[in-house]
Write a protein that binds this ligand. Sequence first.
Ligand code: GDP
Length: 459
Amino acid sequence: MADTIAAISTAMGEAGIGIVRISGRDAISIGSRIFRGKNTDNLEKSKNRKLIYGHIVDPKNDEIIDEVLIVSMKEPYTYTRENMVEIYCHGGIISVKRILELILENDARLAEPGEFTKRAFLNGRLDLSQAEAVIDVIRAKTDESFKVSLNQLEGNISKKVREIREVLLEMIAHIEASIDFPEEDIEEITYEELEEKAKEVQKSIEKLLETADRGKILRDGLNTVILGKPNVGKSSLLNAILRENRAIVTDIPGTTRDIIEEYVNIDGIPLKIIDTAGIRDTEDLVEKIGVDRAKDRVDEADLIIAIFDASEKLTEEDYNIIDIIKNKRSIVLLNKSDLPNEYDEKHLKEMLPNYEIITTSITKGIGVDRLEQKIKDMFYTGELEVESDTIVTNMRHKDQLIKAHKNINSGLDGIVSNIPLDCIEVDIKSCWQNLGEISGDTVGEDILDRIFSEFCIGK
Ligand code: GDP
């Protein structure tokens, strides 16, 4: 069993209780050394997984640190599959810190970020995609993203991936038998059979990949950019959506100089809204930074909300924006509809023939609900059932699937053109390897380190 690690598992701050966790070979003996049970309960002799009451005491001088509940859990039926102790003490900063320090003085070491979960993976309790789902569960911002992560924690992605790998393995075995023992009686696999299996694999990978876009939105939020010339109402819109005043709303053009990012939740769709300084040419350096960054953001955006001013004629800047949104998924708002109309309606409609133009008066609260409905219609068609489908939410998984897809395509090309079996085998093996990195069946230490370093300490 590995050395013994400890960490605070709850967030630091004012709270009712805080939890300190210990895992590893000496977890229970360390716990016993610093715990005095109220009714002479001894942690080492206490029943497995029974919560007992008492005090954490510094064994050097018998000083009482805090009043706690403590539980010992014997391996292998624990989160890490090692001996574990959890201490429930008073929340806040002092108690948890002092208890952790005491544990560290008593021969445990501070856990690295994600080390408890990493041990759960290394000891076979979770596969890699399940371990990654643990972070997603913690970070989930909406009910839906939480559900998808929980689904992944159940191991659904790995199950699908393993099924595909089974087929690939079968192909590899047959190819190797045909190469190694051509004279023997082992039934040789035909190119037709290989083609059929390769197509099956290709289709399964494509099916998983199809879910990735929506998965990314569920996990990271819909990357949304609000575009419009200065003073058109961008900050007002952001505020209306947030229903709190975080962005600066002013009458001076160009005062929203920096880019502001906010999360909102529109009926389960997490929106990461980016408010920009607008797209325009300017000599002002500060503004320029904002504008350049705005252009980058537009390229990365999943959705653009473009706002035009109904109370003014269209300007050069408006035309620039129209150019930008033509090739992007966008929603068009015509704001300040409460003021006398000055814009050229026909012209705007001609330039944006495929867009429904939503008329708004953001300051009067008109039209914002229609905008929200439109977002829901665009992204929440309901065709993906979160509970029943396996949805790829993790970009690492998506990258591996793309690589696997390339390799199976190349293998399939080889099969169709009847190239020698050992050349085909190279692609099939790579595909098998790519998929193995999702479940962690074939994965390097560097990737593991990168994944677990994303975790918080104590998980
Ligand atoms: P931004 O520069 O695009 O972020 O624009 P702001 O949100 O700062 O708005 C500029 C000014 O226009 C503010 O005084 C807002 O109150 C005003 N404004 C925004 N929307 C409307 C609207 O629908 N009608 C009217 N009359 N004024 C608005």
